[in-house]
Design a protein around this ligand. Sequence first.
Ligand code: HEC
Length: 304
Amino acid sequence: MLSGTVFVAAALLISGCEFTNALKKADSAQGGGGTNNTGGVSSSAVTAFQTGFYAAARARCVACHGASQSPLFAVVNINAAYATSKTVVNFSNVPGSVILTKVRDGHCGANCSTNGTEWTGFINTWRAAEVAAGNITSAITPVQAFAIAAQDNLKWVTGQIVLSGNLPSANSGDRFERIRFPLSNLSPEDPDLAAAVVEIEIQKMIDGDGNRLYRIRNPRLASSVGMVQIKNIQVMINGRFDGIESAFADVDTLVTASAIPSDPSAALHTMPLSNKEILVLQDRGAGDKISLGFEVLRKADTSD
Ligand code: HEC
């Protein structure tokens, strides 16, 4: 219980900082007479937000999300809009951003019945500016080889994906977020698997004892390059695997080739590899990096 409280306080502090930076930028943008302020790291990030994402939100979503409909990401006050907009995007998994679901689900008519490409572009441009400003790190970082050697039975690992602080929460009855791991950056590299991906669904959750956990289900693999053999999927947080409970150890199968949906937020068409749900301890919470390890992961011969 106590650690939960500390965690919430820390999260508030972080968003407070970002908000202050946005505020500084907005002040200089309004008072600077067109001068480009290169002093604050957030300046270019807020500008990127303003010209793409925010301009579209003000033009198309303002009737509701600029007035009284939560989330208020299209309000006239850009500082407030910037802070709120961060809660509907996911910079470490852009295709999994809540707002991309909403611009496709038809809930505001034509503007929300799109294929999501344009908004994906807005988010990517904004994200790139946040990365350039040093506010966030690039989403996928390679796992070091020592991490592989340190784990039993773990022969291949994916790159690490930074988890958002805004992951859906089981305690709020939210849905799961999908995360796709491209196998093009598998370690050690395997060019045969460059056109294959593994997907999981994830939520955060606090259990009855106050433990902060990730709840993970429906691992799937899709490969457009031929049949792939996969055995034992282990979930690592910040490069560490904390034991068998954090694994889909029941996975041991061959997956036939199938097309990978080009919309990166769409579910893979293949069957889940396991019906289990696993719970993995959070490490630091927001900013935790997740990666997957495999005991066997290889393109199978057609004769297999
Ligand atoms: C006519 C009013 C209206 C307009 C216009 C509108 N929305 Fe919404 N929006 C809603 C309502 C009502 C909800 C809450 C119910 C729901 O989730 O559909 C909502 C919810 C949302 C959410 C939160 C979803 C969640 O699960 O947290 C997002 C994000 C969103 N809208 C994005 C947009 C975007 C982007 C636009 C403009 C392209 C837009 N909306 C235009 C009415 C509107």
